[in-house]
Design a protein around this ligand. Structure first.
Ligand SMILES: O=P(O)(O)OC[C@H]1O[C@H](OP(=O)(O)OP(=O)(O)O)[C@H](O)[C@@H]1O
Ligand SMILES: Nc1nc2[nH]cnc2c(=O)[nH]1
Length: 186
């Protein structure tokens, strides 16, 4: 990346609106961990992080889930092509067999929900006994893939803005930002 582009990346951080501080996000993750523990601690689940965005939230959740589980990842990325509709590219399918076992899918954000809907459907189709979902962020708008699509465990609600931080990127950058930031003007 050339210097002017890197300057843009730095400016986006400098000008962004901080929606939630690191402390607020950590409190939300702790709250999610308690709810997940209440629901799943006796069930021997398989926990899949959805790469790339799920990396940070999953890492922070896992050490607060002190019960037997197996942790792994899957990599699914949604094409953002305005003419061909919504489709998901599976880069790495789940590599732990979860037939007849409960699954927990962990992702950073539920926006329109096409990503999560397809992953949940896949897990049901592959024979999971139950499929749970956890997202750090739910974006509030009326464009959900299905009107009834909600995650079982949600950390924080945000308005309809483009955000980065805690795993979420701006042009591939700022997944490492220590809070939830909204891009100025988006
Ligand atoms: O609810 P949706 O509108 O389907 O969008 C949510 C998905 O979009 C992002 O992934 P993306 O495909 O950008 O890949 P990334 O995880 O590598 O950032 C995010 O991590 C979610 O998985
Ligand atoms: N970084 C980022 N990724 C997303 N994927 C879907 N919505 C968003 C968003 O607001 N920010």
């Amino acid at each position: 990346m050339t210097m002017p582009e890197l300057n843009e990346i730095k400016n986006v951080f400098d000008e962004a609106d901080l929606l939630f501080t690191q402390q607020q996000v950590e409190d939300a993750i702790t709250h999610m961990a308690k709810d997940i523990t209440d629901a799943l601690s006796q069930l021997n689940p398989v926990v899949f992080s959805v790469m790339n965005g799920g990396l940070v939230i999953t890492g922070q959740l896992l050490t607060q889930l002190t019960f037997p589980l197996q942790a792994s990842y899957l990599h699914a990325t949604r094409y953002r092509n305005s003419t061909s509709g919504h489709s998901l590219e599976w880069k790495v399918p789940p590599m732990i067999d979860f037939k007849n076992r409960p699954v927990l899918i962990v992702d950073d954000i539920l926006d329109e929900g096409h990503t999560l809907a397809e992953i949940l459907e896949y897990c049901h189709g592959q024979g999971a006994s139950q499929v749970y979902s956890a997202v750090l962020i739910n974006k509030q708008h009326d464009r959900k893939a299905r009107p009834d699509l909600v995650a079982d465990f949600v950390g924080l609600q945000i308005p309809d803005r483009y955000i980065f931080g805690y795993g979420m990127d701006y042009k591939g950058y700022w997944r490492n930002a220590p809070g939830i930031y909204a891009v100025k003007g988006m």
